[in-house]
Design a protein around this ligand. Structure first.
Ligand code: HEC
Length: 165
């Protein structure tokens, strides 16, 4: 292969590999969407059951947490969207359900033992509630309610990280 062709080849290869990695884990993303769908349907019990079943197939907590992060780090941009809510309330509602689903999945994953499961579950429950409150406020197009719920969700990320990360 001549050098130009080689460079082209390497470039294309890197792009393809980069692209395939720059996405959330499809199985975990599906779990988030499935659980979020149950929350949207108001079926909190079904959401919990689905999260418990799906969490068994998630190896590391980090694999789940990554989905909170930015798209370029294989995430769903949830953290950034909570800081800066989408304009369309429909998207905010979706964000709320996804946040609650992520919380339910985190709750279902084995709590880090060293500082106790109780605190872990409490943080996850706080985040789930904030996510559901966000979705409810968005469904009513209640701007104040959306802001308050998003702030609560953000505070939960910070609290849980300061205890467990
Ligand atoms: C129940 C506790 C808990 C809650 C709630 C929580 N986190 Fe985390 N998060 C963790 C822990 C623990 C880690 C470290 C995981 C590891 O490295 O194994 C982590 C890691 C992360 C990471 C790094 C993942 C990576 O490797 O790229 C991101 C991003 C993140 N969290 C975002 C968030 C955001 C945004 C929220 C709130 C919407 C949130 N987290 C809520 C416990 C939590």
């Amino acid at each position: 292969m001549n050098p130009t062709r080689l460079l082209l080849f390497v470039g294309i290869f890197a792009t393809v590999v980069g692209y395939s990695y720059a996405q959330p884990d499809p199985a975990i993303e599906k779990a988030v969407n499935d659980v979020a769908g149950e929350f949207k349907a108001g079926k909190d019990d079904a959401a919990r059951k689905k999260a418990i079943a799906a969490a068994k197939n998630i190896e590391e907590l980090d694999d789940l947490m990554r989905l909170f992060g930015p798209t370029k780090k294989n995430g769903l941009n949830i953290g950034a969207n909570l800081m800066n809510l989408p304009k369309n309330p429909k998207n905010v509602e979706d964000l709320g359900h996804k946040t609650a689903a992520m919380a339910e999945l985190a709750r279902a994953m084995t709590a880090p033992k060293k500082k106790g499961a109780q605190a872990w579950i409490a943080e996850a429950d706080n985040l789930r509630k904030a996510g559901l409150d966000l979705a409810k406020a968005a469904a009513k197009n209640d701007a104040k309610g959306m802001k308050a719920a998003a702030e609560k969700a953000n505070a939960t990320c910070v609290n849980c990280h300061s205890k467990f990360k």
